[in-house]
Design a protein around this ligand. Structure first.
Ligand code: URA
Length: 434
């Protein structure tokens, strides 16, 4: 079988055979397949698509490029949650302790921020000392100790994805439902979970800008998960505006702690509760949604979620005192309030532009190996729907360097729209796929 024939077949819109897909993935994993051929095939897939069967074979081949962890000896239904990525999307830090406090074991393997979206690992690492580079043995130990491990993808998990994602990132081949599905689900299936809740974002700050595309992605992800024996459901949630009020790593940690203390903005609280209660039902510690919601709310109100977060932080080498003393988290030296230039209602706060402004301040990265500044970011002081007068602050930029502030301001100004009428905002939970 010649790779060039596989490329030609996909270029001409034909469905690939399983052995062609397996050969492609093993060539990428071993390094035997040249990048130019891998890239050509990726581009053909972007343009021609893949059938559900091809996507399932691709996912399976990527799972088998590494190991599939077996957590069967640990008690309980292991449940993870994965988000397709957004701005201010910090729910993992809230859900993991809540679900663990309610008795669901949570092996949570997360990623770093890339482009305008943030990443769970960067947020966790803003807690002094917090280690996310756990081995699989350390993941097990953390699960046994406090029912939760929050870590980065290890080298043994879907190594083909690491290579493919790096290629896709520089060849304009990220935006493809089959490629995104195989990338996400290969990692999730390999990590050894029994069930998965997906948060598929939709809107300006998401990979998928339209509800129809987000639904197609959600359907693809859910069907791959269920076919692989991982009970999977997806919630489609809004990402036209940033989630909650903080964008930037340490700022988002503080916001998560506030939610676990019973405060926080309604969109973030509602999104977190919806995802957490699904984890409880899938994890079989709640009989139905009503029971699950009661348990989730109790974990917050009783302080059990916060206590569990302290244990997680301490167990992974972090300073648990940050929970009660935010001054122990990194803070930017300067702040700039971006004010309303006219009176009216904040009708739009473009998530992608806010995310890009935050990256320019240093909170995110353009390349996978760039360092991030844990302290900088943006706090939203007037969410869409808020009435403002001239001079009222809308965004507060936390910055370290004036040159970066100037560049970020250009984007942040464009993100804000103020109108005479109050906007009709869509609900945070847009839909579901089960
Ligand atoms: N996240 C992933 O892990 N993979 C993709 O392809 C896109 C988002």
């Amino acid at each position: 079988m010649r790779t060039v024939d596989t490329i030609i077949r996909k270029r001409d819109g034909q469905a690939l055979e399983r052995d062609e897909i397996v050969a492609f993935v093993s060539g990428v994993t071993s390094g035997a397949l040249p990048d130019y051929q891998a890239s050509a095939l990726l581009m053909a897939i972007v343009l021609r698509g893949m059938t559900p069967q091809e996507t399932a074979w691709l996912t399976d081949a990527m799972v088998h490029s590494g190991i599939r962890v077996d957590l069967g000896d640990l008690p309980g239904v292991k449940v993870d949650k994965h988000s397709t990525g957004g701005v201010g999307d910090k729910t993992s830090l809230i859900l993991a302790p809540i679900a663990a406090a309610c008795g669901v074991p949570v092996p949570m393997m997360s990623g770093r921020g890339l482009g305008h979206t943030g990443g769970t690992l960067d947020k966790l690492e803003s807690i002094p000392g917090f280690r996310t580079a756990l081995s699989l043995d350390e993941m097990r130990a953390a699960l046994q100790r406090c029912g939760c491990a929050m870590l980065g993808q290890t080298a043994q998990i879907a190594p083909a994805d690491k290579k493919l994602y790096a290629l896709r990132d520089v060849t304009g081949t990220v935006e493809s439902i089959p490629l995104i599905s195989a990338s996400i689900m290969s990692k999730k299936i390999a990590e050894g979970i029994d069930a998965l809740v997906l948060d598929v974002k939709t809107g300006s700050g998401a990979f998928m800008k339209t509800e129809a595309d987000s639904r197609r992605l959600a359907e693809s992800l859910v069907s791959i998960g269920n076919a692989s024996g991982v009970r999977t459901e997806a919630v489609i949630t809004d990402m036209d505006m940033p989630l909650g009020t903080a964008v930037g790593n340490a700022l988002e940690v503080i916001e998560c702690l506030e939610v676990m203390k019973g405060r926080g903005s309604a969109d973030l609280v509602d999104c977190s509760i919806e995802l957490a209660l699904r984890m409880l039902v899938l994890g079989k510690v709640a009989s139905d949604r009503t029971d699950a919601e009661k348990k989730v709310r109790h974990a917050i109100a009783s302080g059990a979620a916060l206590d569990r977060f302290r244990q997680i932080i301490e167990g992974q080498g972090g300073d648990p005192r940050v929970v009660d003393d935010y001054s122990r988290l990194p803070a930017a030296p300067s702040r700039f309030a971006l004010k309303a230039e006219r009176a009216g209602y904040v009708s739009r706060l473009d998530a992608e532009l806010v995310g890009r402004a935050s990256v320019v301040l240093g909170a995110g990265r353009d390349r996978v190996d760039d360092a991030v500044d844990p302290a900088v970011g943006i706090v939203i002081t007037a969410k869409p729907g808020t009435r403002v007068d001239v001079g009222d602050p809308v965004l507060e930029l936390h910055y370290r360097e004036t040159a970066k502030l100037d560049a970020a301001l250009a984007l942040a100004r464009r993100s804000i729209t103020i109108a005479d009428e109050a906007p009709t905002l869509r609900p945070i939970i847009v839909g579901e796929v089960r």
